[in-house]
Design a protein around this ligand. Structure first.
Ligand SMILES: C[S@@+](CC[C@H](N)C(=O)[O-])C[C@H]1O[C@@H](n2cnc3c(N)ncnc32)[C@H](O)[C@@H]1O
Length: 220
């Protein structure tokens, strides 16, 4: 089993942020929003918080799916948030989606979240327990939680094979980041242990494909 290799926490290099923003994650991101609806068919609106929102595609899709939601999108990378601001303005949602350029570890929200979302953030975080600890603080009791991230493969060769399988024609910067993200990601067992340690075992883990895990459920 390959050990986790950390990558930088923030994606705050401008070229890196641009390469990420121009890649087509539409299927994955819409899949994330559709999964939220599958998991929580009764959720219709409230305060939704997206941690590590990157260039803003998930908050935009989420708001389109739930026009009654008040969305707060959080990312501590200024280049990423600038790209998110532009995408949100283009979508005509500047007044509906609040952007916060802050680390999730220290952010203070005006109200706790009724829905807490996060896609592809956790592998950036040196201490994953900090993430689950803050998630519990930022979400209201009874809030809907959906967290998805990459699954660490067994070896660097397996990681490289995934890059070639899913990102062969992408920008070299994106391919490099994808490879490092796979090395920094957690296994299903890692995530199960994190949830147990944080008393969050009521959240369920699913492995929907060969490179992702998903945690979802209601926060106690
Ligand atoms: C791989 S991107 C994912 C973006 C988006 N969620 C998506 O699915 O397209 C991860 C983002 O998390 C941000 N990030 C990393 N650590 C963070 C932290 N401690 N607080 C806030 N954002 C963070 C990075 O700057 C980056 O934009």
């Amino acid at each position: 089993m390959m050990k986790r290799v950390l990558e930088p926490e923030l994606m705050d290099d401008a070229a890196q942020a641009r390469a990420y923003a121009k890649a087509d994650f539409s299927e994955e991101n819409q899949g994330f929003v559709d999964r939220f609806r599958d998991y929580f068919p009764d959720w219709t609106g409230g305060h939704a918080v997206d941690l590590g929102c990157g260039p803003g595609d998930i908050p935009i899709r989420f708001h389109r799916a739930y026009p009654a939601a008040r969305v707060t999108a959080v990312d501590a990378s200024r280049p990423m948030l600038d790209l998110a601001a532009a995408a949100i303005a283009q979508a005509g949602l500047t007044d509906q989606i609040a952007l916060r350029c802050e680390r999730f570890q220290s952010i203070v929200l005006p109200e706790q979240a009724d829905a807490l979302l996060s896609n592809s953030l956790l592998h950036h975080v040196p201490n994953p327990l900090q993430f689950w600890f803050r998630l519990k603080q930022l979400a209201k009791p009874g809030a809907c939680i959906l967290v998805m991230d990459l699954l660490r493969p067994d070896s660097p060769e397996a990681a490289q094979a995934l890059v070639e399988q899913y990102a062969a024609d992408e920008d070299p910067i994106l391919k490099r980041d994808f490879y490092h993200s796979l090395l920094a990601a957690f296994t299903e067992d890692d995530v199960a242990a994190q949830l147990a340690e944080m008393n969050l075992s009521r959240l369920l883990i699913d492995v929907p494909d060969d490179r992702h895990w998903v945690v979802g459920g209601i926060i106690p």
